[in-house]
Design a protein around this ligand. Structure first.
Ligand SMILES: Nc1ncnc2c1ncn2[C@@H]1O[C@H](COP(=O)(O)OP(=O)(O)OP(=O)(O)O)[C@@H](O)[C@H]1O
Ligand SMILES: [Mg+2]
Length: 246
């Protein structure tokens, strides 16, 4: 059971941004994806989710052996893929509760009453130490940076995906929120594969990665264990100079 990416190439408005990425993420594993600004991490994430702006020109994506390279975003979500965006969108006029309930029903294919859903939501919000008033607010509207990231993790805990891509979910979180969010992720860790995109080793103290991949100019240029992230923090991307082999 894995999310298998093979030699993926992605164009954005005619420019090749992802230039042949291969990656295998098994359930229960965490891969940290690091790399300089503009290296193509978010582009890779969005193309895995099937965003129409990102054109896959070669390669394949398989989810538990099923080819989803051409699947629509909602089909991917239904099959258990989840992306927490680097820049979550504001949706004016839609409450957090309504948004999450709709997403829950779309993912599970089951109807759930407002009352029953609220019970589920309340339970998840307590785990993530979120204020109840949050549920009544409009999606991300006027949210602080950290609140938007917490909402992404609340969504994750409601949808319980099999594979989650977290795009800089740690950026902008205060120290307590970082711990809570990490606990939230760790609670599902055994049942889910996580692709954790981050610039900092701070979150990797709480969510220990099994592997660390470094992306540069659209390619994975280095792989290693958890220690690679610390090496990177110490030496910066100068580290890549010696052995950028691809
Ligand atoms: N329409 C476009 N035309 C040309 N280049 C684009 C277009 N859209 C995005 N890019 C470029 O693609 C590159 C990869 O962007 P991406 O957001 O994937 O980087 P990233 O690794 O997530 O960076 P960060 O760490 O800053 O989040 C960037 O250099 C960006 O400018
Ligand atoms: Mg990015």
């Amino acid at each position: 059971m894995a999310l298998e990416i093979k030699n993926l190439k992605v164009n954005v408005e005619g420019n090749e941004i992802v230039k042949g990425v291969s990656l295998s993420l098994s359930k229960g594993k965490v891969i940290a994806l690091m790399g300089p600004n503009g290296s193509g991490k978010s582009t890779l994430a969005s193309s895995l989710m099937g965003h129409p702006k990102y054109q896959i020109t070669s390669g394949s994506i398989h989810l538990d052996a099923e080819d989803i390279t051409a699947a629509k975003p909602h089909e991917r979500a239904k099959k258990g893929l989840f992306l927490a965006f680097q820049y979550p969108a504001e949706i004016e006029g839609v409450s957090v509760t309504h948004f999450l309930r709709t997403a829950y029903m779309a993912k599970t294919g089951k109807k759930i009453s407002v009352v029953d859903f609220y019970k589920l939501l309340k339970e998840k919000m307590q785990l993530l130490k979120m204020d109840e008033g949050f549920a009544r607010r409009q999606v991300n509207f006027g949210f602080s940076g950290g609140e938007k990231k917490r909402l992404e993790i609340l969504q994750l805990s409601i949808l319980e995906p099999s594979y989650a891509i977290l795009d800089e979910t740690d950026s902008g979180l205060d120290i307590d929120a970082l711990k809570t969010v990490s606990e939230g992720v760790n609670a599902y860790r055994s049942k889910m594969g996580v692709l954790l995109i981050t610039h900092y080793t701070r979150i990797l103290k709480y969510i220990m990665p099994d592997e660390v991949y470094i992306m540069k100019s659209g390619k994975i240029v280095k792989k290693g264990g958890a220690a690679l992230a610390h090496e990177l923090e110490e030496h910066g991307y100068e580290l890549l100079k010696e052995d950028t082999h691809e």
